[in-house]
Design a binder for this molecule. Structure first.
Ligand SMILES: Nc1ncnc2c1ncn2[C@@H]1O[C@H](COP(=O)(O)OP(=O)(O)OP(=O)(O)O)[C@@H](O)[C@H]1O
Ligand SMILES: [Mg+2]
Length: 405
């Protein structure tokens, strides 16, 4: 074949074969260099094949996945707000998909995240035969993302809180000052009424007006109403102070803090629009001041309270806040509810980033992750006990003097 032009059918076949072998080798080389792996599924979406890289990259033996669907094999269905229903619908319609991200479990129980793209396969008769595609391990990207999201979440809450506090502070200020003026006016008016009542001869319209106004009732009721308004304003003022503290959350330095104040602060915010049927009990022990970042501890208490409230059934239930001491160096606070409880298989995963059982779009699954990070950073710990159907108890233990302070 001097000219490079094939002369016979045999030569053409040999060339084609040679080309095929070269191509196959080239794809194998690419595949080996790639940080992705290849997979195939049958018509019931059960894995039938993983390329070698799968085991190397993930550390998961192929056998774990073969013969199972994606959601049976490695997934933790409710983790990370992954919309599995939408994914399954798409597969049922035999449509291609790109960059579907979902979490799975490593052999040591470690959380892994995968990103997969796939295309449907059809046989010679055009019948659907399954899927094939490519996948990669995006665990480290997800971990970074979760930290960023947590930081963003904290910053967003902080900004929102500070912004709201600022906006509400102004009107509250003038309502408070007007109330004071109004009190003075009222006193003057009552004095006028008294003077009128003392007149030796009352003209009929004045008598009628004094009678209609029921001055005696007004004299006692008006100050009571005003006192009520002032109490309301004091409460708003306290909530504003709490919000401002959340706003400064990132910057606050460690200080000697009364844990009960953190609880009160979180409680005021958590219970702003609480259903009437929810009872809150407080069983507090005398505690020493704890060196901590109060804004962050508020945040932890708020996350636990929010979860406790969400765990209660519609009609309400009971939340108990308790505090106590473990020896001289450690204090604890706990938030207990008699709500839905936590399934045993969810318990080890509560603090994982993005773990949530809330419907898609509600709950980021970062509340407890953030709480865990904050408490760990303070040298403390969070313990959970829960009985499905009976309730849960989250206990935060903190050293009185945290290691980094
Ligand atoms: N007191 C509780 N009772 C029952 N389940 C709880 C309780 N606290 C937490 N959980 C479970 O733990 C999961 C993770 O809680 P976490 O606070 O981290 O996220 P989330 O509440 O789902 O979302 P987010 O806090 O971001 O709004 C919840 O989805 C819920 O299933
Ligand atoms: Mg939560």
């Amino acid at each position: 074949m001097e000219s490079g032009i094939p002369h016979s059918a045999a030569e053409i076949d040999a060339n084609a074969l040679h080309q095929l072998i070269e191509d196959a080798q080239r794809y194998r080389d690419y595949a080996e260099m790639s940080s992705d792996w290849y997979w195939e599924q049958d018509a019931a979406f059960r894995f039938t094949y993983f390329s070698r890289e799968f085991e190397e990259i993930t550390g998961v033996p192929k056998a774990v996945g073969l013969g199972k669907t994606r959601w049976e094999a490695l997934s933790r269905e409710r983790l990370g707000n992954v919309d599995w229903e939408a994914h399954k619908r798409l597969l049922a319609e035999h449509r291609p998909f790109r960059n579907f991200e979902y979490p799975g479990k490593g052999p040591d129980g470690r959380l892994l995240w995968f990103r997969v793209s796939g295309k449907p396969r059809f046989d010679e008769q055009g019948r659907f035969a399954g899927y094939f595609g490519i996948a990669s391990d995006i665990t480290s990207k997800k971990t970074i993302e979760s930290h960023l999201q947590q930081a963003e979440r904290l910053a967003a809450i902080g900004q929102l809180a500070a912004g709201m506090a600022h906006e509400i502070n102004n009107p509250v200020g003038f309502v408070r000052s007007n109330l004071k003026t109004f009190e003075n006016y009222l006193e003057q008016l009552l004095a006028v009424a008294d003077a009128c009542a003392a007149l030796p001869e009352l003209t009929t319209p004045l008598q009628r007006a004094l009678h209609a106004a029921d001055i005696d009732f007004l004299r006692t009721d008006a100050p009571a109403l005003l006192a009520d308004c002032r109490r309301g304003l004091d409460r708003v003022g306290k909530i504003l102070a709490d919000l401002r503290e959340f706003g400064r959350e990132g910057q606050t330095d460690r200080a000697a803090v009364d844990i009960h104040e953190c609880l009160a602060s979180a409680l005021r915010l958590a219970t702003i629009d609480l259903a009437a049927g929810v009872a809150i009990a407080q069983e507090y022990a005398a505690l020493p001041a704890v060196r901590c970042r109060p804004g962050q501890i508020n945040q932890v208490a708020l996350a636990l309270l929010a979860n406790a409230i969400q765990a209660l059934p519609q009609g309400g239930g009971k939340i108990t806040l308790r505090t106590g001491q473990d020896g001289p160096g450690r204090v604890w606070f706990e938030v207990a509810d008699d709500g839905c409880g936590i399934a045993p298989e969810h318990l080890p995963r509560l603090f994982e980033p993005f773990f949530t059982t809330r419907p898609v779009g509600q709950g980021t699954g970062l509340g407890l992750t953030t709480a865990f990070d904050i408490i760990t950073e303070h040298g403390g710990r969070i313990d959970v006990e829960s009985t499905p159907g009976a309730g849960s108890r989250f206990r935060v233990t903190l050293p009185v003097i945290s290691p980094a302070s």
